[in-house]
Design a protein around this ligand. Structure first.
Ligand code: PLP
Length: 464
């Protein structure tokens, strides 16, 4: 009998050759790189055969769940028919169909779709388009962007410039000039002048304040210099900050008052993450552009898009004007075909409605964790939640750098994974756990997440 050939140790080869993103590589010098080899539904398996609940849908991506054969088949069929052709002055059917479909889903007059290969490129596209739009319409001094503290908008240097995480930017300074930060909507840490003596905050007053701070930023820079405001419907970095009531409506008015474009960065929030095709629909506002990517194909192939209003597109569609921008793989035929098949799944299985029907059950299940001393806040929307960890629930005191390093990264991240939950423990802002499982998740998923978090957070608390 011949023995099975020994499996190559992928984990060792990963350390030797695969430069992992945002990864402290030295942490794998003497410990194996976790290597995921298979996915099915809401679960993934590693190369040792261990099963994990995918509590982050990969990276806010795998909306329809893992192992969907029809998405793999859509990719194979398209690759056989037309593997590649660019959308530079030529069209191909799948990009056309997908652009039309996105335009139909998108709110108001967002009818023009410019494809890229991911979210950061979609953000770059939006900023560049805003700049060129104002040059074409006689306002060449409008080029700056206001974005929000702690927000992540991607790694290309433009997107990084509007990112509100100084630690991520420092190694690459100087970045693109013309950016300014306004506060985000972290109501858990509202300023003291908006907090009543009993600790409560009026969400509407808070929302007015947070929106007015964006206006202050526009006025500080000078409205004649500001092109756009970039905001996520629910801000991810910092741990899921939903908008207070009325926030986006006020922001829309502010942008209109100063002729500033409102860009909804929906790289995470689009495609059902909040139970609607676009996050703007969930909160009832009309952006001038939407940037999206991740969930469009449920991750079966990469693609991104910037969806642009007719009003903004108009000058580009005249005379010899050209939007001087493009990506070789933007609107890739295979990715476009996969996106269409993915959107068919959304329609057929009612994924958005499923999220709307179950979001309060998910939040209710996570809220049970509030009895733990380490859980300061549970917040989010749809299938998108953050759990803020604190040292003192009453004072909301957070962890110091040593505790973050030792407990959050040194213990909790690994404990969650070892206990069978892939999610993210993060301290961009204050320490949080981030959860965004596939949209097919149901009560059994929520219960499993709650149980693993309860065990892991109880153990983490004992280590402080
Ligand atoms: N914008 C937001 C809101 C994001 O969350 C991300 C990525 O997580 C990006 C942009 C960048 O997307 P990508 O990593 O596809 O370039």
């Amino acid at each position: 009998m011949t023995a099975e050939p020994a499996q190559k140790d992928l984990s060792k080869t990963a350390y030797d050759h695969l430069w992992m993103h945002f990864t402290r590589m030295s942490s794998y010098e003497n410990s194996p790189v976790p290597t995921i080899v298979k996915g099915e539904g809401t679960y993934v398996w590693d190369d040792k055969g261990r099963k994990y609940l995918d509590g982050l849908a990969g990276l806010f991506v795998v909306q329809a769940g893992h192992g969907r054969e029809e998405l793999a088949e859509a990719a194979a069929k398209q690759a056989k028919e037309l593997a590649f052709f660019p959308v530079w002055s030529y069209a191909h059917p799948k990009a056309v169909e997908l652009a039309e479909r996105l335009a139909n889903y998108a709110p108001g007059d967002l009818n023009k779709v410019f494809f890229s290969t991911g979210g950061g490129e979609a953000v770059e596209t939006a900023w560049k388009l805003a700049k060129q739009y104002f040059k074409l319409t006689g306002k060449p001094t409008k080029y700056k962007v206001i974005s929000r503290a702690v927000a992540y908008h991607g790694t290309p240097q433009g997107a990084l410039s509007i990112t509100g995480l100084p630690g991520l930017k420092a190694p690459f300074e100087p970045l693109v000039p013309g950016t300014h930060k306004a506060p985000n909507t972290n109501i858990y840490r509202a300023p003291s002048f908006l907090t009543a003596p009993d600790g409560t905050v009026d969400p509407e007053a808070y929302g007015r304040w947070a929106a007015d701070e964006v206006e202050q930023a526009i006025l500080f820079e000078g409205p004649e210099t500001v092109a756009a405001v970039f905001v996520e419907p629910v801000q991810n970095a910092g741990g899921c900050f939903p908008p207070p009531p009325g926030y986006f409506q006020r922001l829309r008015e502010i942008c209109d008052r100063h002729d500033v474009l409102l860009v909804s960065d929906e790289v995470i929030c689009a495609f059902g993450r909040l139970g609607t095709m676009f996050g703007a629909d969930k909160f009832g506002y009309q952006p001038d552009m939407i940037t999206c990517a991740k969930g469009m194909t449920s991750g079966y192939s990469p693609i991104g898009a910037t969806i642009i209003s007719d009003r903004l597109a108009e000058p580009f569609y005249k005379g010899d004007n050209t939007f001087l921008h493009g990506y070789t793989f933007g609107g890739h035929p295979v990715s476009s075909a996969v996106a269409l098949a993915n959107l068919d799944i959304f329609e057929r299985e009612g994924l958005n409605q499923h999220v709307l029907d179950n979001e309060s059950a998910f939040l209710g299940t996570l809220n049970k964790l509030r009895d733990l001393p380490i859980v300061g806040d549970v917040r989010g929307n749809g299938y998108f939640y953050g759990i803020e960890l604190v040292k003192d629930k009453v004072t909301k005191e957070s962890f110091n750098d040593e505790e973050v390093e030792r407990v959050l990264y040194g213990f909790l991240s690994k404990a969650l994974f070892d206990n069978g939950l892939y999610c993210r423990a993060d301290d961009r802002g204050d320490p949080v756990i981030q959860l965004a499982p596939p949209l097919i998740s149901d009560q059994s998923t929520f219960d499993e997440i709650e149980q693993i978090l309860r065990t892991s957070l109880t153990d983490a608390w004992a280590k402080i």
